[in-house]
Design a protein around this ligand. Sequence first.
Ligand code: ASP
Length: 343
Amino acid sequence: MSKILIINTGGTISMTASRRGYVPDGAAFRAQLEGMDLLKAQPMPQWDLIETEPLLDSSNMSVSDWNRIGGMVADHYGSYDGFVILHGTDTMAYTASALSFMLEGLDKPVILTGSQIPLAEIRSDGRTNLIESMLIAAEGRAREVCIFFGGKLLRGNRATKYSADELIAFVSPNYPPLAETGISVEYNESAFLKRERKPFRLQVLEEIPIGVIKVFPGIQFSLFDQIMTEKLKGIVIETFGAGNIPNGGSELLPIVRKAMEHGTVLAVCSQCPQGTVSLGAYEASSALAEAGAVSGRDLTTEAAVAKLYYLFSKGYSAEKVKKLMETPICGEEKEKQHRRSRR
Ligand code: ASP
């Protein structure tokens, strides 16, 4: 019989109402799980529950929490067939992205899930999300970091929170679901991550100073001059469409050039959830490429942020980070198309 470890980190699934809104309640949640006969019935796997201290609303998660969660998976890696991480929905896609990089050589399912309605409430979506995640983790087919939510198993580093109130809260617009649940669980095996065999190890992340800038009509880039100093190691810039910025970047370019001289890596992502950045497709993006920015291609902002933390934590030079930002590591971006030679 498969054995899985449930790691509770907090989030709505384990919350109860307080005078100031929902807060995590570990004791009540533990008692609830232990009292759920369904979790002991066939064909549920054997399971143990551990929790992070303190339990968090995921909007409070930071790099040290990712390290704590990754450490728990690593410490118990040999003793379980799979892991279910209960997590708030707000930053679940960031944590899933970070773990996908940190858990190098992962060969077991690590499934993040949670709910929009606390498990303690009658209409909770947490019950199904939890049970399906446990079964999928126990089955052991999707051996990568995933988010299971609202009937869909998504690659963690491709997912993004899409709805603040619907029960299907996550989408992965640039990658198909790894599985969908209906009367049965339909796996999409061809979408599973194909990785090279390497031993499992945890890469701990450092609190690297990085930033995210979202462009908008009328943005005054000069205001960012003050923060684009050598202290900043990486910036994700969320641009329009395929990588375009206002005024072809005339105002931004001197700042970008200065940042490049400092060794800051500027990764260009898109505000469009679907599609790919294509620097140079328009004049409005050519300047970014000429100044040395790298294309975030079809990365979500969540994955781009996590990837910058990861690559700098590995101690790589800015040049190497730039190269790897455009290279898929664990399915977070599409493979580069090799140009066909013209006849
Ligand atoms: N604020 C909550 C959290 O992210 C929202 C949720 O879990 O749905 O922890």
